[in-house]
Design a protein around this ligand. Structure first.
Ligand SMILES: NC(=O)c1ccc[n+]([C@@H]2O[C@H](COP(=O)([O-])OP(=O)(O)OC[C@H]3O[C@@H](n4cnc5c(N)ncnc54)[C@H](OP(=O)(O)O)[C@@H]3O)[C@@H](O)[C@H]2O)c1
Length: 273
């Protein structure tokens, strides 16, 4: 706890004179799923820089070890464990790890998603839908259900789901994935009123095209990029840290009156349901 407080003050020495910033997350424990690369790792990094003890995870041990080492080099307090969010035992292990190693849970960033299908939506199979909905939607809800009692013990908390611009406007050839991302907008709004009673805020971020491995088929294709650039005001692909910052804001006291909301971070793409 004190290490995080000192870290916040040393990152911005002025805070030491004025009192703690509302964006400071010292003493908070943050679980971020799928956080060994891309947007999840960036979210863990920004939360950690603001003083949170971050719990990083993904399916592969080697990726977890690499992410933990990278964050430790930045003097971020971090705990790592493997977790495939599609497996209930793994979800339970992730929560238990946070409780055992960090003493509680204040923040959940539900970031994991898969997309095993490209093509005409009518060609998608039941197995495709099961996989996409299990990982992208059901696991997000089930993780939330697991952490809520522990957030309540701390007097409140914050949940952030990672959706997508595709949740507003289905992307060509990504029908089932896009539908799963629309479901997260609904899940955010369904959970927010209930969890407000426990002082838990539930929000969502919908990124545009961000430069990660997951979206490499999009940003490495010149024609696709040109088409997207026609729709954006900021004429470039986004960086993972630009989403990590939005997530950290939503988790902080600066966002204390925001719940049930989805923030689009798309470089100005028009997003409407
Ligand atoms: N990049 C974009 O343009 C973009 C745009 C909009 C929304 N998003 C959303 O942002 C989120 C993160 O995507 P990203 O672009 O940052 O991906 P990424 O850079 O490819 O990273 C994916 C991460 O997820 C982990 N992972 C994959 N399947 C998992 C599972 N079943 N359980 C737990 N961890 C899993 C991977 O590690 P392991 O392989 O070790 O499991 C890795 O750490 C997703 O929800 C995605 O839909 C991305």
């Amino acid at each position: 706890m004190w290490r995080s407080v000192f870290r916040c003050i040393s990152v911005n020495p002025v805070l030491g004179q004025r009192g703690m910033s509302h964006s400071c997350l010292a003493g908070k424990v943050a679980i971020v799923t799928a956080s060994t690369d891309g947007i999840g790792l960036a979210a863990a990094r920004v939360l950690g820089r603001r003083g949170a003890h971050v719990v990083v995870s993904s399916r592969r041990r080697a990726n977890v070890d690499r992410a933990v080492a990278a964050l430790q080099r930045e003097d971020i307090r971090v705990t790592g464990t493997t977790c495939n969010v599609g497996k209930s035992q793994d979800r339970e292990k992730l929560v238990q790890t946070a409780l055992d190693q960090c003493g509680g849970i204040d923040i959940l960033v539900s970031n994991a998603a898969v997309n095993p299908f490209f093509g005409n939506i009518l060609d998608s199979t039941e197995a495709v839908w099961d996989k996409i909905l299990d990982v992208n939607v059901k696991a997000a809800f089930l993780m939330t259900q697991l952490v809520v009692p522990h957030m309540e013990k701390r007097g409140g908390g914050s949940v952030v789901f990672v959706s997508s611009v595709a949740g507003y406007q289905p992307m060509p050839a990504l029908g089932p994935y896009s539908v799963s991302k629309t479901a997260l907008l609904g899940l955010t709004r369904a959970l927010a009123p209930e969890l407000a009673q426990s002082n838990i805020r539930v929000n969502c971020v919908a990124p545009g095209i961000i430069k990660t491995q997951f979206s490499s088929a999009l940003w490495q294709n010149k024609e696709v990029v040109e088409e997207f650039m026609k729709q954006t005001s900021i004429k470039r692909v986004g960086e993972p840290e630009e989403i990590g910052g939005v997530i950290a804001f939503l988790c902080s006291e600066d966002a204390s009156y925001i719940t049930g909301e989805t923030v689009t971070a798309t470089g100005g793409m028009n997003c409407r349901l």
